[in-house]
Design a protein around this ligand. Structure first.
Ligand SMILES: NC(=O)C1=CN([C@@H]2O[C@H](COP(=O)(O)OP(=O)(O)OC[C@H]3O[C@@H](n4cnc5c(N)ncnc54)[C@H](O)[C@@H]3O)[C@@H](O)[C@H]2O)C=CC1
Ligand SMILES: O=C(O)CCC(=O)C(=O)O
Length: 325
């Protein structure tokens, strides 16, 4: 039997490539080069992606031999999971690999926005020693609103607790007991908007969460709030947020993710009160090593027909194992 083909469509850790190289024909393609991706897919038994490769119905149809789509990270919103399930293709991810890095990125952006770190540093490099212009705010004693109390949201809340913040959270699927265990009081979205000095989003992008913070919601926030989004673009309406910042209702924002990525023209990029990073939440050596090893293991299990703990979907006939908790 010829070797099974594993197609790597984005940069993943060398450990992952090495873990697969002995047993599979590992090939590389740029997942953002659509024509090359579609040309490479027909021979692939597995494809490994991060967030930039769109694995939609067309890509899945091109991948007629595919058994598994592996996401080296958490969010699977770039994969058409329903279409994959219909075709009997397993979708696996690495749900715990980068959550610490993502939570740390949210903290980093929140601090940078609160202390004008980027603008003050840029001014200094340009020869301006502007101390009074860049007076910031403390986190201690402030109310931090966490939207989404899953893995990243909880890690972020724990880190904010260490700063002495009061924590409130909105997550319709979390129990008050689970929230209380990490010192978070569950509230409604409206209560969170009205009371938070800082808001950080940690929900997946779904039809329900897309546009979660639009013009109406941003009109109900506590004046002077600072908003951090390291979850997904599209959760916060970028035009509405830019307008709320320009109008003075929102004091600033830390943004790692954009509705369209790569992003070049968001109105947020023109604003001094915004600290922006190009989807770097998972961009640490540790997260990439863990994600690479997890997806390599999942690809190996899936191609051998073994049950995969991190499967996002379970096409009929696949044995299920408990999800990683
Ligand atoms: N910037 C980056 O590089 C990274 C971004 N992420 C993003 O962070 C998201 C969260 O990751 P995890 O915490 O690991 O996911 P998770 O699945 O552990 O938690 C998501 C939480 O959101 C809650 N939720 C779902 N719908 C909601 C709604 N309508 N309103 C409020 N809460 C809702 C769920 O109940 C759950 O508690 C991922 O889906 C991904 O999009 C994750 C890792 C890195
Ligand atoms: O692979 C990446 O760098 C993106 C990480 C991410 O957004 C996720 O895991 O959901």
């Amino acid at each position: 039997m010829s070797e099974q083909v594993v197609l790597i469509a984005e940069e993943i850790a060398a450990e992952a490539r090495d873990a697969l190289a002995d047993d599979f024909d590992v090939r590389h393609v740029s997942g953002t080069d659509r024509a090359a991706l579609l040309a490479a897919l027909p021979e692939a038994d597995a494809i490994i992606v991060r967030s930039a490769t769109r694995v939609d119905a067309e890509a899945l149809a091109a991948g007629r031999r595919l058994s598994v789509v592996a996401r080296a990270g958490v969010g699977v919103d770039n994969i058409d999971v329903e279409a994959a399930t219909d075709r009997g293709v397993l979708v696996v991810n690495a749900p715990t690999a980068n959550v610490v890095s993502a939570a740390e990125q949210a903290v980093a952006l929140l601090l940078a926005v609160s202390r004008h770190t980027v603008n003050a540093g840029t001014a200094l490099r340009e020869g301006r020693w502007e101390r009074s212009r860049y007076t910031g705010v403390e986190i201690a004693g402030k109310t931090v609103g966490v939207i989404g109390l899953g893995r990243v949201g909880v890690l972020f809340a724990q880190r904010m607790a260490a700063f002495g913040a009061r924590l409130i959270g909105y997550d319709p699927y979390a129990t008050a007991e689970r929230a209380a265990r990490v010192g978070v009081s569950l509230v409604t979205l409206d209560q969170l908007l009205a009371r938070s000095d800082f808001i950080s989003l940690h929900v997946p992008r779904t039809p329900e969460t897309t546009g979660l913070l639009g013009a109406a919601e941003l009109g109900r926030v506590k004046p002077g709030v600072r908003i951090v989004n390291t979850a997904r673009g599209g959760l916060v309406d970028e035009d509405a947020l830019a307008a709320a910042i320009t109008g003075g209702r929102v004091a600033g924002a830390g943004i790692d993710v954009f509705a369209a990525e790569p992003c070049t023209d968001s109105p947020l990029l023109d604003l001094d009160a915004v600290v922006a990073t190009p989807h770097l939440g998972a961009a640490t050596a540790e997260a990439q090593a863990k994600a690479g090893v997890m997806v390599a293991e999942n690809v190996r299990l899936a191609l051998r027909g073994d049950p995969v703990a991190d499967a996002v979907n379970r096409p009929a006939g696949r044995a299920a194992t408990p999800a990683v908790g």
